[in-house]
Design a protein around this ligand. Structure first.
Ligand SMILES: [Zn+2]
Ligand SMILES: [Zn+2]
Length: 372
């Protein structure tokens, strides 16, 4: 099969920036050294680029997991052009296709099933899907945002202004122009590129399938550390409308923390989260599946599988009952239908269900840990 033709501009660009970052930067470090201020500014720019993509391009525009004030959207639009990852419109269009047709080699722009290299960078080096380059029919909603339209129209100009202007201006200010061009210009850009690319490559091969095995996406705390929280990619692919990727408070997800903090400043609103019971049941279904597979080869398989199914069904029932009661309690509290909600009959039932759920969770855990 003939491969599509190479996109020489992209190939040269990725190659040159990579070589300058990984040969030019160490050379300059040994022969001249870098000023602390340049190093710190490069780190700030790296964070700015990365988080504009994760908070803006990804969780705001691609998935609409929250709403943001225009000032924040402008900051992310500029950061995205600085990160040089195509316009918001183009990026989101690709990304929505990735979610809709994940792992489908014919449609998913960076399908992980095409291999690590392809999903990481290869997909941008050849004209793989030229026919839909300017088809933005799946992002009509975000075209209503004037900032998105403006950034798309002046994308190239913004890229040049930010990627040359910022390193040059900081170089002139700090008195180390070459140092700033190397660190703030090249190294920042290359690291920002490849850490984002890891979400399409590494986060689809390395890690746990905590919530689903219907696609290749994985949960991986280490990748989350490199990608401002996007490493909890298995969760993300099943609950894509959730503004969080790392849902536990201790999971490293600075993008989630930024969106939540901005809510207190009234810069973000309508943060969307997935229903807890759905999350719990997705996780449970995966434990069931893995346990069933492991028990297949057990000498007492039939009996144990039966017990496993019983424990699972009981737990799902308890989850359903508990969350239904919780919903009712919240509704009553909101509408103030009962004067003394805390001492109501419903509240007592709800507390009982909570205890029963915890008991069944313990029983399930003990059983699955022992045999699975
Ligand atoms: Zn996504
Ligand atoms: Zn993905």
């Amino acid at each position: 099969m003939n491969k599509p033709k190479l996109l020489w501009i992209n190939v040269s660009f990725f190659l040159i920036t990579f070589l300058v970052a990984f040969i030019g930067v160490p050379y300059w470090a040994f022969t001249h050294g870098f000023d602390d201020s340049v190093i710190i500014f490069a780190i700030i720019c790296f964070i700015y680029c990365g988080m504009s993509i994760t908070t803006g391009y990804h969780r705001l525009w691609s998935h609409k997991t929250y709403q943001a004030h225009w000032s924040l959207r402008l900051i992310f639009a500029l950061g995205g052009a600085f990160a040089l990852q195509n316009s918001i419109l183009h990026w989101c269009s690709d990304h929505r296709i990735h979610h809709k047709h994940v792992d489908n080699n014919d449609v998913d722009p960076y399908s992980a099933k095409m291999g690590f290299w392809y999903s990481h960078i290869g997909w941008m080096l050849r004209e793989y899907q030229a026919s839909r380059y300017s088809d933005y029919s799946n992002v009509r909603d975000i075209q209503k945002d004037p900032i998105v339209r403006w950034q798309h129209k002046y994308y190239l100009l913004l890229v040049l202004l930010l990627n040359i202007g910022i390193p040059l201006a900081f170089g002139l200010y700090s008195g180390d122009v070459i140092g700033s061009l190397l660190l703030v210009g090249f190294l920042r850009l290359v690291l920002s590129h490849h850490t984002t690319f890891f979400i399409n490559s590494l986060a689809h091969v390395w890690g746990k399938q905590t919530y689903t095995d219907k696609n290749t996406a994985r949960d991986n705390g280490f990748i989350a550390f490199l990608t401002f929280g996007e490493g909890y990619h298995n969760f993300h692919h099943i609950f894509e409308n959730d503004y969080r990727n790392g849902i536990r408070w201790w999971q490293f997800d600075p993008t989630k923390w930024l969106i939540k903090s901005c809510e207190y400043l009234r810069l973000t609103s309508k943060l969307r989260v997935s229903p807890e019971d759905r999350i719990a049941k997705a996780k449970l279904a995966m434990v069931l599946k893995r346990s069933q597979q492991k028990l297949q080869s057990h000498p007492d398989a039939e009996k144990l599988l039966e017990r496993l199914q019983y424990e699972y069904d009981t737990l799902v029932n308890k989850i359903n009952e508990y969350y239904a009661a919780r919903k009712q309690v919240f509704a009553i509290k909101k509408q103030k239908l009962v004067n003394d909600v805390e001492n109501s009959e419903l509240m007592k039932q709800y507390q009982e269900l909570k205890v029963l759920l915890a008991e069944q969770q313990r029983s399930w855990q003990l059983f699955t840990e022992k045999f699975a």
